[in-house]
Write a protein that binds this ligand. Structure first.
Ligand code: FUL
Length: 691
């Protein structure tokens, strides 16, 4: 009897359990929290790097800068918000406190803040202005805070962790809702030479206490993770999942952050951060180095289009304004993305090879409605399925956007797109992961039917949205290069029959400017600006500017580390940043390079280009430079220091000497590389500044 009743109950319960799973697909693996889901609904917002470095012309300040230097003449956060809004951005994250410790609000916990600056007689508060401007323009407000503090006297002691939490509390309680807290994992030395052991659990708890809806960013989340580079590129394969307990801020295997961990234990999606200029902070000499439209569009597809959100940095200038050149490019990008996202599949006919349950709740048509809350689900146990879209008429397209219903986890591992052509489906594009959003780019096809195949999934696929577009193709920005012997070439890769025009007098190239047809000589340096035109000069690329100093035509490498001048040492001065010299580290000075410049020259500084192949081993961090007339007697170093942030942002470094020098020989001592475990030293290019 007991047995019978037990079995009866078990049967009823079984039916219930079965029905519950029959009605709604079960979650798979790690799933997003409510705050993460809200963040996934965003896609594009601004980073603003504006702080003491704007005035000291640094990327990483030293903490010794005088508050008197902070004095924007026309600071207007409403202008930032207006630009961001018009650019289609959804929020702004401001560098409230960077590594030099200067606070943009009058903090009680440091003297190194706006309260001791001349700006608005010490009564100003950038966070107050910006949070109000964001509210006015309907933007979300976020804060960047660096725990690394090169100014605070308590840094390096347990007391500092308490101070940092109090500092956070100020920022999180005085300015309304904060949508994101951006923690920089950098952990250098403070004013007393000590490093801090950060209280991460305490920092996270503070944010949760005062802004429970804010997402927290760091290398390791806990809510959103760094993508592993500062170039703007997410991985083609990008899992939102991560084995979070293994990762921590400053995690040395940063390359794992790009694809994430397939089947990772936690949901920690990527935010892709990059700057619209080479540097994060404003430097006047980068006014003509704003990334081209084509470059920004490529980043758009490689961040937003690869399961990430895009945090694009605008280096606000010394006036306290977003610079005109940056604004212009942002508006070009907005115009382009508006044109490129006219959905040609909305409301069309769609069928699926497999369906979850009998009800229409999970019908294929959910994919083409406007809602992201409805989705198509394939039957339980189905990990391969197809969606057929009937476009109704021949339609030309070159982009496909596809989104998973991520509230129940990320599932798709491989998918492809085929177009109906000549009586059969032909594959036109393939992808790996999808996640929150994936956009595939492919050469334009004209077709009336499309088939999307989910080729491999971890559980039954759940797709909430598919859109197709015909995006205008952009003209590739020309690349200007100069050979060792001083001959300048301008090329426009992947473009059919471009007309390249250029100038050497600093003016903007137009359709009427001289046309580039063969290399020209520029041995002593100058400025080249170029632009590519197509379609009978009707469409043009963004202009590009390259500055050259004296060429290395007469130079020789006298010695490089232990090795004498030779084939590979020539790569140091071959004018080609793609090639680099590398050797094993030796002794106390890991490498010392001596250049003979062939003649005595006025020397005002030097340049160092780190390896450009995406690897980090051997990138120089600390350096010293000396000059000599005869290559025997050397000056004391005329310049020594560290290349700030070169590890994460390996762009060309331009260092000016405090005093002009004259000499024929230059010695570059690489004193330390960026990685503690590096085995080599590497240099792509060394150059000098003679002007
Ligand atoms: C890095 C910092 O060191 C850079 O200066 C910059 O703020 C970038 C966004 O994060 O870790």
């Amino acid at each position: 009897m007991i047995h019978q009743r037990f079995f009866l109950w078990a049967a009823v319960l079984g039916l219930f359990v079965h029905q519950a799973t029959a009605q709604t697909p079960a979650p798979y693996g790690a799933v997003p929290s409510a705050r993460q889901l809200a963040w996934h609904r965003m896609k594009y917002y601004a980073f603003v790097h504006f702080n003491m470095n704007t005035f000291s012309n640094e990327e990483w300040g030293h903490g010794t800068e005088k508050p008197a230097m902070f004095n924007p003449t026309q600071l207007d956060c409403r202008q930032w918000a207006r630009v961001a809004k018009e650019a289609g951005m959804e929020g702004i994250i401001i560098t409230a406190k960077h590594h030099d410790g200067f606070c943009l609000w009058p903090s009680k916990y440091t003297e190194h803040s706006v309260k001791n600056s001349p700006w608005r007689d010490g009564k100003g508060d950038v966070l107050k202005d910006l949070s109000a401007a964001c509210k006015e323009y309907g933007l979300k407000f976020g804060v960047y805070l660096s725990p690394w503090d090169r100014n605070h006297p308590a840094y390096g002691t347990p007391e500092y962790n308490e101070i940092f939490k109090k500092t956070l509390q100020e920022v999180l309680t005085q300015y309304g809702d904060v949508f994101e807290v951006w923690f920089d994992g950098a952990n250098g030395e403070g004013p007393n030479g000590k490093k801090q052991v950060y209280d991460w659990p305490g920092f996270v708890a503070t944010v949760r206490q005062f802004q429970p809806n804010a997402v927290i960013f760091s290398d390791a989340g806990p809510d959103i993770r760094w993508v592993g580079n500062e170039d703007g590129y997410a991985g083609e394969t990008n899992w939102a999942t991560l084995n979070r307990s293994k990762v921590y801020p400053g995690y040395p295997n940063y390359w794992e952050l790009t694809p994430g961990h397939e089947d990772g234990t936690d949901w920690v999606p990527t935010e892709v951060n990059c700057s619209i200029r080479p540097g994060w902070y404003y430097h006047a000499n980068e006014d003509d180095k704003v990334k081209s439209l084509e470059h920004l569009v490529d980043i758009y597809y490689s961040s937003i289009g690869r399961n990430g959100n895009w945090l694009l940095n605008l280096p606000v200038d010394r006036r306290g304004l977003v610079h005109e050149n940056d604004t212009k490019r942002l508006m070009e990008l907005k115009a382009y993305t508006d044109k490129a996202s006219n959905n040609l599949a909305g409301g069309k006919k769609i069928t699926a090879s497999s369906l979850f349950g009998k009800a229409s709740t999970f019908a294929a048509s959910n994919v083409l409605d406007k809602s992201r809350d409805t989705y198509w689900a394939a039957a339980n146990g189905t990990t391969q399925a197809t969606l057929d879209i009937d476009l109704g008429k021949p339609t030309t397209l070159n982009r496909l956007l596809i989104e998973e219903y991520i509230a129940l986890g990320q599932r798709v591992k491989k998918f492809s797109v085929a177009a109906w052509q000549n009586g059969k489906y032909q594959t036109i594009a393939q992808g790996t992961t999808i996640g929150n959003r994936r956009i595939l780019r492919f050469p334009a096809v004209t077709t009336s039917k499309l088939q999307i195949s989910i080729d491999e999934a971890k559980a039954n696929p759940l797709i909430s949205n598919v859109e197709v577009y015909n995006a205008p193709e952009l003209i590739v920005t020309p690349v200007i290069s100069r050979s060792k012997d001083g001959m300048v070439t301008i090329a426009c890769p992947r473009t059919t029959d471009p007309v390249i025009t250029y100038t050497t007098d600093g003016s903007e190239p137009t359709a009427q400017s001289p046309r580039f047809s063969q290399p020209f000589a520029m041995p002593t340096g100058g400025t080249v600006k170029a632009r590519a035109f197509v379609d009978n000069m009707k469409r043009a690329s963004s202009p590009v500017t390259t500055e050259f100093d004296i060429s290395s035509a007469k130079w020789n490498v006298v010695s490089a580390g232990g090795s004498a001048s030779g084939k590979t040492t020539d790569r140091l001065i071959d004018g080609n940043p793609a090639s680099f010299w590398q050797q094993r580290k030796t002794g106390e000075t890991p490498a010392s390079v001596v250049l003979d410049l062939g003649e005595s020259l006025p020397l005002r500084g030097f340049t160092y280009v780190p390896r450009q192949d995406g690897k980090k081993d051997g990138i120089v961090y600390r350096y010293a430079v000396s000059v000599s007339q005869d290559g025997q007697t050397w000056s004391a170093p005329v310049s020594q220091g560290a290349f700030s942030n070169i590890n994460n942002n390996p762009v060309k470094q331009t260092i000016r000497f405090d005093q002009p020098q004259t000499g024929r020989y230059l010695k570059f001592d690489a004193l330390e590389t960026t990685g503690a475990n590096d085995t080599t030293v590497s240099i792509a290019e060394l150059g000098v500044l003679t002007r």
